[in-house]
Ligand binder design. Structure first.
Ligand SMILES: C[S@@+](CC[C@H](N)C(=O)[O-])C[C@H]1O[C@@H](n2cnc3c(N)ncnc32)[C@H](O)[C@@H]1O
Length: 435
């Protein structure tokens, strides 16, 4: 019988010590000359879609305030600061992290890019967020699950959000990390207090000798310990302050902070119907309420190692843009029956030309989620529509660019079908033209 895990000491000093020794993720400023790392949460286009319902808060020239809470070596910080500059947004970004070593790396990356709009703070955002707030957007990726009291940490962030604001969060997911906590428990049993290099050496020795039957060895969905260098190994397997969440726990976590979950990313991954073959079971799954559907998807998939999601204040009326046909017209799910024709589509982190070429060949799209792939049929005009999306033309501009001009009703029926597939895969978003 397995022994119940010892409750962990509640303090931030071990977390700080770890990130002083192993700033995470491992980055060098010179790498900024080669590429911009973009990802979820926090990619500007996603934030506009999920948090601001298609209205870009940076577009009006009004000041926009962003907090990167637990910014580490700066991935989200650099992405947001660069994207703000690229869009000419009047953004002020605050970075807070416990670790000085991480802050220095983040600072060097920002300096390398010549980005000016960032203030760096060392300390705990739990204590400091309110002092530097309020914020329109808060990014907190891979941090809250390391707090001694994650609920209090999320409440502190929620309290420093502006009323129309929201957050992009990532916390570990329990099922996809099967084996990680076995390893952490073994380490605890062998050397509960050892930290730093000694802990890394011991962890590596233990890992090298794991039998092939061990759950971690059998889990193909976690790989930071293999690909992420020493910092990745330590962060995944040797953390001394770390918990994971199931979908129902994510909902409870968000609700206790007075927040509302807008969407998991990618939304399609959290749809159980994509994993089930039996039509009767698929129907039963489709009929479940959203939270139950998401929980079922996590159980079915097995490969969800982290939950990435966007939240807004509990009383926010902002909805994630969706569209449907209403008679001959495509309308958005927004108050006042807003027509879809004036909305401006833009693509997520995908090469539009390549996507259009592959859709032109197959009339379908194959989306891979960490070892599980879903193939969806797309309407005939999809490739032509995708190839015309440039982030500034509206759907109606796109229709007008066809020759001969397609009839509005069949054209928009295809737009609705295409948007429903691509937005669920986080590949296509829409924004208001004026925003
Ligand atoms: C796993 S790293 C994630 C870094 C970054 N968000 C990313 O996704 O690349 C966790 C970071 O959170 C920081 N951290 C943990 N607790 C914190 C707290 N209470 N206040 C500020 N930073 C904290 C750590 O120092 C560390 O740099």
């Amino acid at each position: 019988m397995s022994r119940p895990r010892k409750p962990r000491t509640e303090n931030t000093s071990r977390t700080r010590d770890q990130y002083e020794t192993f700033p995470y993720p491992e980055r060098r400023a010179e790498e900024e000359d080669q590429r911009l790392i973009a990802g979820s949460p926090g990619d500007w286009g996603e934030v506009v879609h999920y948090v601001f319902g298609g209205r870009d808060p940076g577009a009006s020239g009004e000041p926009i305030r962003i907090l990167v809470a637990g910014g580490g070596t700066g991935d989200a910080l650099v992405m947001l600061a660069q994207q703000a500059r690229d869009r000419g947004a009047n953004a002020e970004i605050i970075y807070i992290d416990l670790s000085e070593a991480s802050r220095k790396i983040a600072e060097s990356r920002v300096a390398r890019r010549g980005l000016k709009n960032v203030t760096f703070v060392n300390g705990s955002f739990v204590d400091l967020a309110a002092q530097y707030g309020p914020f329109d957007y808060i990014d907190c990726c891979g941090v809250l699950h390391h707090l001694p009291d994650p609920d209090a940490g999320l409440r502190a962030l929620a309290q420093s959000l502006k009323s129309g604001g929201g957050m992009g969060l990532m916390v570990y997911a329990t099922l996809g990390r099967t084996g990680v906590y076995h390893m952490q428990e073994m380490m605890e049993r062998l050397s509960a207090e050892a930290g730093g290099r000694a802990r890394l050496d011991m962890g590596k020795a233990l890992f090298e000798g794991l039998p092939p039957t061990n759950w971690l060895k059998r889990n193909p969905f976690v790989n930071d310990h293999i690909q992420g260098g020493d910092a990745g190994f330590y962060d995944l397997l040797l953390h001394q302050q770390d918990r994971a969440y199931r979908v129902d726990e994510v909902y409870a976590f968000v609700t206790q902070a007075g927040l509302r979950l807008q969407s998991f990313v990618e939304p399609l991954r959290y749809d159980p119907v994509i994993y089930a073959a039996n039509p009767a079971i698929r129907q039963q799954m489709a009929d479940l309420a959203p939270q139950a559907r998401h929980a079922m998807a996590e159980l079915l998939a097995g490969n969800i190692t982290k939950h990435i999601f966007y939240v807004v204040k509990g009383d926010s009326k902002t909805v994630v843009p969706a569209m449907k046909m209403q008679g001959a017209k495509a309308v958005m799910n927004m108050p006042g029956n807003v027509g879809a024709s004036g909305m401006v589509p833009y693509l997520g982190r995908v090469d539009g030309a390549k996507l259009a070429a592959s859709v032109a060949k197959s009339a379908q799209i194959k989306i891979n989620f960490n070892g599980f792939s879903v193939t969806s049929k797309l309407p005939p005009a999809s490739a032509a529509i995708i190839s015309r999306i440039d982030g500034s033309r509206s759907f109606e501009d796109i229709r007008q660019s066809f020759s001969p001009l397609p009839d509005a009703q069949p054209f928009y029926a295809q737009v609705v079908a295409l948007f429903s597939v691509l937005s669920a895969a986080n590949l296509m978003f829409v924004r208001y033209q004026s925003a």
